[in-house]
Design a protein around this ligand. Structure first.
Ligand code: AMP
Length: 114
C-alpha cells in the first residue's frame, strides 16, 4: 500500500469526501477547510508537485484546472470568485507531497496571501 495519503484516497484505500472524480483526477473536500469552500484537485497518478511535472503532463495540468473550474461552479462560487493555489516546497507550506490544487471560495480573500 502506498504511503502517500492522496494516492491512497485516489485508489479508494483511504476515506475522503470526494466531490468529483474521473480517470485522471479526483476532487475532495479538504479536511481542515480554510474557507467555506475548500476543495483539493489531485491527479490520480503520483506527482510530487508542480516542479515534478514532465512535458507530457501538459494536458493533465489543463485537465486538473478544468476540474477546478467545474468544482468551483458546482460549489456555487464561480460568480462570487474563488482562488486556485498550488503550494510548492517548504516556503510555500506544501505539507503533502502529491500535486494538488486548492480551490478556495465562499468568502473575500486578502492579497497577497500570508
Ligand atoms: P498543502 O499544505 O498545500 O500541501 O495542502 C495539503 C492539504 O491537504 C491541507 O490543506 C490539508 O488539510 C489537506 N489534507 C491532508 N490530508 C488530508 C486528507 N486525508 N483528506 C483531506 N484533506 C487532507
Amino acid at each position: 500500500m502506498s504511503s502517500c495519503i492522496f494516492c491512497r484516497i485516489a485508489a479508494g484505500e483511504a476515506p475522503a469526501d470526494v466531490v468529483y472524480q474521473d480517470d485522471r483526477a479526483v476532487a475532495l473536500r479538504d479536511r481542515h477547510p480554510r474557507a467555506p469552500v475548500h476543495i483539493l484537485v489531485i491527479p490520480r497518478r503520483h506527482i510530487a508537485n508542480l516542479l515534478a511535472l514532465l512535458d507530457e503532463d501538459e494536458a493533465l495540468v489543463g485537465h486538473l484546472l478544468g476540474v477546478a473550474n467545474r468544482v468551483a461552479r458546482d460549489a456555487g462560487v464561480a460568480e462570487s470568485g474563488f482562488r486556485v493555489v498550488a503550494n510548492v516546497n517548504r516556503d510555500a507550506g506544501q505539507s503533502v507531497d502529491h500535486l494538488h490544487f486548492h480551490v478556495l471560495g465562499g468568502r473575500p480573500m486578502g492579497w497577497p496571501p500570508g
